[in-house]
Design a protein around this ligand. Structure first.
Ligand code: PGA
Length: 242
């Protein structure tokens, strides 16, 4: 595990973008595992700047996203599909058909989870997977549970996750209560994992995840088993790490 400490969110975003751009320069046909949430937004902006300046091209990359709300999809303002287009895909030169998310509009959960697992499996392995972490230790929407879920699954969101996501919706009632989430197997099989963590509110859970027991009650703790984990944390988030 490598821990990169950044002074603040801006530096964290710059470091993450440098790693992602380097990945694509070294392997233009990379499979990028992407995440939503506030944390990667700054890195996405910096990747777009480098692309606009003509210093990297994403035209041969493919992407797989971690999750999507059940019931939401393209055209829904709050869907992760829309989030990815607004924050990254519209600003880089990636072909739309190279981008992949679970289809939240497919209410046949078993069929959708199987479809998405096949999308991921057909790529072989993700070259680099970006992750944020939830206050409860979730990665993607792998919420604290009695077991680690290997494949894509339909998950009922934790109360704390619904509360955290509420800031993106006009009322709590509008926050979707379930999602399709990538499981932990493709994350562990990714050639490299880049965990981005910002802010004091994440310091406890980051410390627990990296130094505590490996338990499905703290899903991110399974990242201790990954052989190429890079953690980029700003000073506030890294506060509890020695
Ligand atoms: P955040 O979410 O980046 O918005 O803090 C991270 C997560 O819940 O995985």
């Amino acid at each position: 595990m490598r821990i990169i400490q950044a002074a603040n969110y801006d530096e964290l975003s710059a470091r993450a973008a440098e790693i992602l751009v380097a990945q694509v320069l070294l392997k233009p046909k990379s499979v990028l595992g992407l995440a939503t949430g506030s944390t990667p937004v700054g890195a996405y902006q910096k990747m777009a700047e480098v692309c606009r300046a003509g210093r990297v091209s994403f035209s041969e990359c493919h992407t797989v996203n971690l999750d999507e709300y059940v019931g939401l999809g393209p055209g829904d303002e709050q869907s992760y599909h829309t989030f990815m287009w607004e924050n990254l895909f519209s600003h880089i030169d990636i072909p739309a058909e190279h981008t992949n998310l679970p289809d939240g509009k497919n209410l046949d959960a078993a069929a959708e989870c199987a479809r998405y697992d096949k999308v991921i499996a057909d790529f072989g392995a993700i070259d680099i997977q970006i992750l944020g972490i939830g206050h409860n230790g979730h990665i993607a929407f792998n919420e604290p549970a009695d077991y680690f879920a290997a494949g894509t699954h339909h998950v009922e969101l934790d109360e704390s996750t619904i509360e955290a996501n509420r800031r993106f919706f006009s009322s709590r009632e509008e926050v979707p209560k379930s999602a399709y989430s990538m499981g932990l197997a493709p994350i562990l099989h990714a050639k490299r994992v880049l965990l981005m963590v910002s802010g004091e509110a994440k310091a406890d859970v980051l410390y627990k995840s990296l130094t505590g027991p490996i338990t499905p009650q703290v899903p991110a703790s399974i990242l201790q088993l990954h052989s190429d984990l890079i953690v980029i944390a700003d000073e506030a988030a890294a506060g509890k790490l020695a």
